[in-house]
Design a binder for this molecule. Structure first.
Ligand SMILES: [Zn+2]
Length: 194
């Protein structure tokens, strides 16, 4: 499969309040054709929404997969990296920088993360790959990994900042339906009918 020219579909992104964003996702037992077509959808969705990364729970699938393309903003060429069942082998140093998230529209905050990381993950070909990262790449990986644990970046900001974001978060959360689903599609409807 060519990841650069994947023929995936754009999926609705789950927003704050959606139950899938708060679950700890289980490991993927095997990579089959369904997995590959899901990865193609994940990739298509990430670029359609102009994200640096996207994790499976963000499109309503609780499995341990995320994708990251740290070069997207610089080069505008597609170089998606796939992380399946990822495991950190080292986390070093501390760095604070601003983050945002496709599941938390119009919210940004400073988050403290490890500066340099090493992570092992399976890629879409089933190969075990070790990635060493720093800067935006390191931050994006740690942010996406959090999604597999049911953690959002707003959980990692100061109590004061959380208080400042409370109204915005409540507003996004209020669009969650009775089944615990909250997608950016309903957000779109909300904007359109206002
Ligand atoms: Zn995110």
């Amino acid at each position: 499969m060519s990841l650069q020219n994947s023929s995936g579909s754009v999926l609705p992104v789950r927003l704050y309040g959606d139950k899938c964003l708060r679950k700890v996702s289980p490991e993927l037992p095997r990579i089959d054709s369904d997995t590959l077509s899901f990865i193609a959808d994940l990739i298509e969705t990430m670029y359609a929404k102009d994200g640096v990364g996207l994790a499976a729970p963000q499109v309503g699938k609780n499995i341990r997969i995320f994708i990251v393309d740290p070069q997207w903003f610089e080069t505008n060429t597609r170089n998606p990296l796939v992380f399946i069942n990822p495991k950190f082998t080292s986390l070093d140093g501390v760095e604070v920088a601003e983050e945002g998230c496709l599941s938390l529209p119009d919210i940004t905050a400073e988050v403290s993360r490890a500066k340099k990381i090493t992570i092992d993950a399976i890629n879409e070909k089933g190969e075990l790959v070790r990635h060493q990262a720093e800067g935006l790449f390191s931050r994006a990986i740690q942010h996406e990994f959090d999604h597999l644990e049911g953690v959002l970046f707003v959980d990692r900001v100061s109590k004061l900042k959380q208080l400042m974001l409370k109204a915005k978060l409540k507003k996004i959360e209020s669009l969650t339906d009775e089944n615990g689903v909250n997608t950016d599609e309903t957000m779109k409807d909300e904007t359109a009918t206002r």
